[in-house]
Design a protein around this ligand. Structure first.
Ligand SMILES: Nc1ncnc2c1ncn2[C@@H]1O[C@H](COP(=O)(O)OP(=O)(O)O)[C@@H](O)[C@H]1O
Ligand SMILES: [Mg+2]
Length: 344
């Protein structure tokens, strides 16, 4: 468990990280999402002990680690691996030479190091590529080498700062799959810093939303995504929201959108209804029509997997006598459906 208490880091008058309290459980992928400038990289430098906070505390399990002496800090930092958007590999070394670097620093003997490098290359799917110059590798392969290097000294925490932001969607998926597999296989705690909602959806168990240096909400991904509490989170989620996407699709086209939603009408769609887990739309809506005498006209719909939970989304108009519509919406909400009013 990593615990942050009242963590603050100022640059001049700006609080880049502002009184952050956060608990990051072990053996999970924990996402920290925020817009550019939200303070993500600063926060990760504080948690990974690269930088000291102006105030507040960082705890690894029951050890306070933000105020260590330089020698204690070196030991504690061994427990931490990092990868970055820009890979930060040594161009003058081969792929294998990059992976070997932390082992050399740690004084591991040559032969032992060589065996460990082979093991690590295999772990990241690059067996036999140890002699490749860095310049001969694709972006995805470079990130795999960076992951192998970060894991060389067997850290218990891996920080990924925008690790997939420079990669195309397909490579992003393969790197996220690799990170998930490593996290599960090695019992790692992975802290994933990102501005991409897809990364949180596809790879994270839990998420914290950072805005202007503050954590504005946090929880299991499925909860935060299906019940966003803040405007910032809703904005990130608008990528999943059919109302903000693909307005160019012609009416009547039943092509699935990137969000996994099929839209068959571009007209209307006053409400977005989200059904979580076993709650499905059909009986709920037919009961609604029967009990309140309202008309439900579905404009778009689909199912997405958020975390490990299926979330059904319908975009619909609900029309009828105003009081009945209001009561119908209330009954949806009390049945556990998440109802959002869309902007006209
Ligand atoms: N070393 C620094 N000196 C001055 N300002 C900084 C420094 N690092 C970050 N900042 C400022 O702190 C804020 C947060 O930056 P950063 O943590 O890099 O955000 P993010 O990673 O979310 O894009 C930004 O306004 C940035 O300009
Ligand atoms: Mg950053």
């Amino acid at each position: 468990m990593i615990r942050l208490k009242g963590l603050t880091r100022r640059y001049g008058a700006l609080a880049a990280v502002d009184s952050v309290d956060l608990e990051i459980p072990p053996n999970e992928v924990f996402g920290i999402i925020g817009k550019s400038g939200a303070g993500k990289s600063t926060l990760v430098r504080l948690i990974s002990l690269l930088e000291r906070p102006d105030s507040g505390e960082v705890w690894y399990a029951d050890r306070r680690v933000d105020d260590l002496s330089p020698s204690e800090l070196v030991a504690e930092r061994r427990r931490v691996g990092m990868i970055f958007q820009s890979f930060n590999l040594f161009g003058s070394r081969t792929a294998g030479g990059n992976v070997a670097y932390p082992l050399e620093i740690a004084g591991v003997r040559r032969r032992e190091a060589r065996a460990r490098v082979d093991e690590l290359l295999e772990l990241v799917g690059l067996s036999g590529r140890g002699d490749s110059p860095i310049s001969a590798l694709s972006g995805g392969q470079k990130q795999r080498i960076a992951i192998a290097r970060a894991l060389a000294v067997e850290p218990s925490i891996l920080f990924c700062d925008e690790a997939t932001s420079a990669l195309d969607p397909q490579t992003t998926r393969s790197i996220l799959d690799l990170l998930r597999r490593l996290q599960r296989g090695m019992g790692l705690t992975v802290v994933m810093i990102t501005h991409q909602m897809e990364v949180v959806r596809d790879a994270c168990d839990r998420v914290a939303v950072l805005d202007e240096g503050r954590v504005v909400e946090t929880g299991p991904v499925a909860d935060v995504f299906s019940r966003p509490k803040t405007a910032v989170t809703r904005e990130f989620l608008s990528h999943l929201n059919p109302m903000e996407r693909d307005r160019t699709l012609t009416a009547g086209s039943a092509e699935p959108e990137a969000s996994g939603l099929v839209r068959w009408s571009h007209e209307g769609g006053a409400y977005t209804l989200r059904f979580r887990g076993s709650l499905t739309g059909e009986p709920v809506l037919s009961r609604l029509a029967r009990e309140y005498g309202v008309d439900v006209n579905i404009r778009a719909g689909g199912v997405q997997t958020v975390g490990d939970l299926p979330v059904g989304t319908l975009v619909a108009d609900i029309t009828g006598e105003a009081g009945e519509v209001r009561r119908a919406l209330e009954s949806l909400r009390s049945a556990g459906v998440i109802v959002e009013e869309n902007e006209a």
